[in-house]
Design a protein around this ligand. Structure first.
Ligand code: P6P
Length: 289
């Protein structure tokens, strides 16, 4: 992965190497998180905390541990002007004794964390933006940039194997961690979503709360061969967006978390800046929509 990132850098004539160093630090953070997650119950960190995150979701111990890993792996690097996380109420200011840089990173350190104590795959999602010119102490608005401004998006998937999937706007590439070497190896070059599929992923327990067009779409899929789609479909839902999107990159499909009446006030379930934006960038770069 290090070799890949450096070779990618050579495509950008004006590259200073700063982005490459930042990305390598993100990879190190994900290796440390993989180490924590894969030890499972051995570390006694499978529990939930009394605290909630800014979305009112109960925090798992590992949510906080992995958030701290991301912060401590990146804050000193000198490549960031600021950081924002699902697990922190406000953006994280780089401490004054560290240099700052030109990038912003937004991340969900452990997406799907409700699955950690039942040993279902979880992941880390990250999105990298440029800080507005000259900004060294970013405010919230500096992070609120459209997804089209992302310079990089990726995720780590802590599953049966640990993978790192990345786009910098030139396709999507997947890497698998070799623990004995401690390096990610390019195992899935130029990931492209298959044109045809019969799978969709949605939490159908919310069906009665969806808007009518979404209800109709899923209903038609469920009617299978006898219905208007004239074919049977398969449904998957693991409640871990990283695992669902990864499956779609490999064998196609649709992922939905439709707006529903329960979540209307908060504008839906998924968070734009560190879930929907990075995953959209990856999916589009892999030929999806
Ligand atoms: P539900 C995890 O918290 C997450 O943000 C996504 O990873 C996942 O797809 C979704 O929420 C699961 O939501 O309502 O099915 O538990």
């Amino acid at each position: 992965l290090t070799q890949f990132i450096i070779e990618e850098q050579r495509r950008f004539s004006g590259a200073t190497g700063e982005f490459t160093l930042l990305l390598n630090d993100v990879v190190t953070a994900c290796k440390k998180i993989a180490n924590q997650v894969n030890k499972g119950a051995l570390l006694g960190t499978m529990g939930s905390l009394a605290s909630e995150n800014v979305q009112g979701e109960v925090q798992k111990e590992l949510d906080v541990i992995t958030n701290d890993i991301f912060i401590s792996s990146l804050e000193w690097s000198g490549h960031l002007a600021g950081m924002a996380s699902e697990e922190m109420e406000a953006p994280y200011d780089i401490p004054g004794h560290y240099p700052t840089g030109k990038y912003l990173i937004l991340f969900d350190p452990l997406d799907g964390s409700s699955n950690v104590n039942i040993n279902i795959s979880v992941g880390t999602i990250f999105s990298i933006l440029r800080a507005p010119e000259g900004v060294t102490q970013p405010k919230v608005d500096d992070f609120l940039q459209p997804g089209t401004r992302q310079v990089c998006a990726g995720y780590a998937l802590y599953g049966s194997s640990t993978m790192f999937v990345l786009t910098t706007g030139h396709g999507v590439n997947g890497f698998t961690l070799d623990r004995e070497v401690g390096e990610f190896y390019l195992t899935h070059p130029n990931m492209t979503i298959p044109e045809d599929t019969h799978e969709f992923a949605v939490n159908t327990s919310n069906q009665r709360h969806w808007e009518a067009p979404v209800q109709r779409y899923v209903e038609e899929c469920l009617q299978g061969k006898e219905g208007p789609r004239s074919r049977d479909f398969n449904m998957r839902w693991v409640a871990s967006m990283v695992a669902e999107v990864h499956r779609i990159l490999i064998r196609g499909g649709l992922f939905m978390y439709p707006l529903d009446s329960k979540l209307k006030d908060q504008g839906g379930k998924l968070r734009l800046l560190y879930e929907a934006n990075p995953m959209s960038f990856i999916v589009e770069q892999a030929g999806g929509a």
